[in-house]
Design a protein around this ligand. Structure first.
Ligand SMILES: NC(=O)c1ccc[n+]([C@@H]2O[C@H](COP(=O)([O-])OP(=O)(O)OC[C@H]3O[C@@H](n4cnc5c(N)ncnc54)[C@H](O)[C@@H]3O)[C@@H](O)[C@H]2O)c1
Length: 293
């Protein structure tokens, strides 16, 4: 188990913004050695400048699309070689999509699954051999509260985040059964104030500005706080980490209320106006704005 990050080789995907950037900042402040990746070169450059200002000395950045399997596999091996090993991997890169299942294009569906599910699977398989060799390696995969319950207009996002949850829980069992020494943590953030919805895709008929405003208004947790909670979870060897009071309430509520939870979500959504299902003039079908999570 990783007790402190000083001198550890820590890998973060999606490090050019939001939770990934906050993780990079805090790991740098702890004296970690950093391998940071993002598909956005400008965001990644800005993060590199920030961690350098925090005194990070051993930092490598890579412009990388996590949906590109060959690129991820190559980056993992190159990272292990460059640093002489890998201790912590956070598969964090992610995107959002607002679309009812009937109107959602296959292209958008596959784009989201490529990043939010396959990106995590590639990152996991590519780095596991290196984490095993660490002796105290740790894998963190970012799911969501949308990996705990289904949400209208978020079928692709929920599918990916449920898949990340199931995949990561299975990996954890395998790592324990094989005595690998690799810790595995699944993270379920609630609403975090980041750029995720601003950078998202939405099907025709959805007002993205409205979705952004809604996400900003319900997201109570900062990316910095999310990163602190995640790193504390790693140090304590937690198997699951819930970020924010909303995430904890959803986890407990969904388990305690059982079958009552789903209709309750519909009632609450209707009252708040957040998940409304209203027919639009658009030929694509129905407009269902909802926050990313
Ligand atoms: N913000 C929330 O409310 C929230 C809630 C639950 C879970 N999450 C999850 O947290 C993770 C981080 O998201 P965030 O909120 O910090 O969003 P963000 O948009 O601020 O940051 C995501 C980063 O991922 C990068 N990225 C996107 N596609 C990529 C690709 N193909 N390859 C490499 N990098 C790519 C983006 O460029 C960006 O820098 C995501 O997995 C997201 O699903 C976020």
């Amino acid at each position: 188990m990783i007790r402190e990050f000083t001198g550890r080789v820590c890998v973060v995907t999606g490090a050019g913004s939001g939770i990934g950037r906050a993780l990079a900042d805090q790991l740098a402040a702890h004296g970690a050695r950093l391998a940071l990746a993002d598909v956005d070169p400008d965001g990644l450059r800005e993060t590199a400048l920030r961690v350098a200002r925090s005194g990070a000395k051993d930092v490598h950045t890579e412009v990388l699309d996590v949906a590109d399997r060959a690129a991820v596999l190559g980056w993992a091996d190159a990272t292990a070689e460059r640093f002489g090993g890998v201790d912590l991997v956070v598969n964090n890169a992610g995107v959002a999509l607002t679309a009812g299942v009937e109107e959602m294009s296959w292209d958008d569906f596959e784009w989201l699954m490529g990043i939010n599910f396959w990106g995590v699977a590639y990152g996991t398989k590519a780095f596991l051999p290196h984490l095993r060799r660490s002796g105290e390696g740790h894998l963190v995969n970012i799911s969501s509260v949308f990996g705990l319950f289904g949400v209208p207009s978020q079928s692709a996002y929920c599918a990916a985040k449920y898949a990340v949850r199931g995949f990561t829980e299975s990996v954890r069992q395998e790592m324990r059964l094989s005595g690998s020494g690799v810790g595995v943590t699944t993270v379920h953030p609630g609403g975090i104030r980041t750029n995720i919805v601003r950078n998202s895709r939405a099907a025709a008929g959805h007002d993205r500005d409205e979705v952004v405003a809604l996400h900003d208004s319900v997201s109570r947790t900062s990316a910095e706080h999310a990163a602190r909670v995640i790193l504390r979870g790693v140090r304590r060897g937690r198997t699951r980490v819930f970020v924010g009071a909303d995430a904890t309430a959803i986890d407990v509520g969904s388990r305690l209320l059982g079958s009552v939870f789903e209709p309750l979500v519909r009632v609450v959504s209707k009252r708040s106006g957040s998940n409304r299902l209203t027919p639009t003039a658009s030929p694509e079908g129905y407009s269902t704005p909802v926050t990313g999570g």
